[in-house]
Design a protein around this ligand. Sequence first.
Ligand code: CTP
Ligand code: MG
Length: 228
Amino acid sequence: DALWCVLPAAGKGVRAGGDRPKQYQLIDGRPMLDHTLERLSAHPRIAGFMVVIAADDRHFGAMDSIGGKPLKTAIGGGERSDSVLAGLMALPASVGDNDFVLVHDAARPCVRLDDITRLIERAGPVGGGLLGAPLRDTLKRADAECHSVATEPREGRWRAFTPQMFRRSDLMRALRLAAEAGIVPGDEAMAMERAGASPLLVEGSEDNIKVTTPADFALAEFLLRRTR
Ligand code: CTP
Ligand code: MG
């Protein structure tokens, strides 16, 4: 079955700087969000897109499809998790409660399609999961003055990427539970963990960077060209 993809794109991109939110800054002459959408639209298992934009967005170029797949928009909230919940609520009636949905950051244009395929194949049978990668570097605990005070085990520690894939109603319930508890989950998996689930970590390419700081744009351009 084909899945819808919710793309949170309602952030301000404070850390990236620039004259507009990072998802609209140009990479190779085109807005980052266009790259992300174009790449995802080429995946045969993705059926449509719910792009979540800010209420005061001035940069989203009106479109109602990409690559022949429907594209809808919803208005996001103050935190990423609010934006994701708004997107899930706005999905078309054709998306059932038990259907899996993908959530993918607009700020991750370099995601690789074969990683998405593996996520779907491996996480679907176990109720959901996410792309990620085991930590490569030695992990330090720092004090307030940036002195290293301890070295923590790297084993069993992963970085979390997107897409993250869960059943629509499971994820909506988990996000609402977190909100009611006054907790802002950093990603979908955190909300699901709090709700008692153990999402499957599926190792994906380190190419799948989240463009966060000014230097990341040049890296994203390189990675996009390399895997085009
Ligand atoms: N996002 C969102 N709604 C928010 C905050 C973030 O839809 N209220 C989206 C961003 O647009 C981005 C993704 O979530 O695609 C990942 O968030 P992040 O990298 O933190 O982006 P920003 O919040 O925009 O950046 P910053 O934290 O530097 O301001
Ligand atoms: Mg943010």
